[in-house]
Write a protein that binds this ligand. Structure first.
Ligand code: GLU
Length: 305
């Protein structure tokens, strides 16, 4: 059996939300309870939003709830040459094209009557897929820098998620390099999870569609995908809506400012997924003994009902 390698991969764009902390906690519990390693990767590719100062803040928050990680965190901003190599691999297969659409245009085109009915409503409908050289030139002249999309031909990707079971997703042509030159999340995360030999990915269920795209990239680039995917329900407030500021404190700092403790936060996060009884006050390592996949699956199902 391969050794378990788990990871948490925050984007340093602010303080971690309690939902992020819960994902980190479960990712850590899952890897460590199996005697595996746990990596922290700083996803600082978004040059407009990622800020150096948030890295220390987020690491402090993770330590405060009792998490640790193996080795120095890898930072995506230093790995452009790897992402560029992967992009070349797709280009060599003739799979890339330039896309000049703005977000608004994608939204409008996606709701047009002739779109592929198999695709989700917010999927890219392929507007720039077959532009002629002259049309591309015209758009470049208009001054709009292109993003790079990958041609997936509406591939269907099936995969198994530990929490959600078997899933099948129809792919659109997604962005692998943004029009500001930054490599896109889906490309970078595949390159890094493969390079770091990650065996299990724990993250929020809002990324289920991204997972299908990533699996397609692993296959197309000849890389080995993680063995297990666990997509956790999004954290909810008492009214059942996605946890937001109006529900009160949404970061560890806010909880502490109101007299709460990191131990209470860990207890609350664990309780919300059935991993500890209500009122628990402890740090992450105290939950290791009781942690089980079965309890997590059960807790996630209850949290989604
Ligand atoms: N940086 C991504 C996020 O914070 C990571 C998602 C993932 O775990 O792959 O949402």
């Amino acid at each position: 059996m391969t050794e378990v390698v788990g990871r948490y991969a925050p984007s340093p764009t602010g303080e971690l939300h309690l939902g992020n902390l819960r994902t980190a906690l479960v990712a850590w519990l899952s890897a460590r309870s199996a005697g595996g390693s746990f990596l922290l990767r700083i996803e600082d590719l978004d040059s407009t939003r990622a800020k150096e100062e948030w890295i220390d803040v987020q690491e402090g928050e993770l330590r405060a709830i009792g998490l640790d990680w193996d080795g120095e965190p890898v930072r995506q901003s230093g790995r452009d040459s790897l992402y560029s190599e992967a992009l070349d691999g797709l280009s060599d297969q003739g799979l890339l094209y330039q896309c000049f659409c703005s977000r608004k245009e994608v939204r409008e085109a996606a709701s047009a009557p002739h779109r592929d009915p198999r695709l989700p409503v917010d999927a890219y409908p392929g507007t720039c897929r077959d532009l002629t050289d002259a049309e591309r030139e015209e758009r470049r002249q208009a001054g709009r820098p292109p993003a790079i999309r990958v041609r997936t031909d509406g591939a269907r990707v099936s995969f198994r998620d530990v929490i959600h079971g078997e899933l099948e997703v129809v792919l659109d042509d997604f962005v692998v390099r943004r029009n500001d030159g930054d490599y896109a999340y889906n490309l970078a995360v595949v390159v890094d999870d493969a390079a770091q030999r990650v065996t299990e990915v724990v993250r929020g269920e809002d990324l289920l569609d991204s997972t299908a795209r990533q699996i397609w990239l692993y296959r197309t680039l000849g890389l080995t995908p993680p063995e297990e995917w666990l997509h956790l329900p999004l954290m909810r407030g008492p009214d059942g809506d996605r946890l937001a500021k109006r529900h009160g404190s949404v970061t560890l700092e806010q909880v502490v400012a109101e007299g709460g403790t990191a131990g209470e936060v860990v207890g609350r996060l664990a309780d919300s997924l059935g991993l500890a009884p209500e009122g628990t006050n402890c740090l992450a390592p105290d939950l290791l003994g009781e942690f089980s996949r079965e309890a997590l699956i059960e807790g996630c199902k209850r949290a989604s009902d």
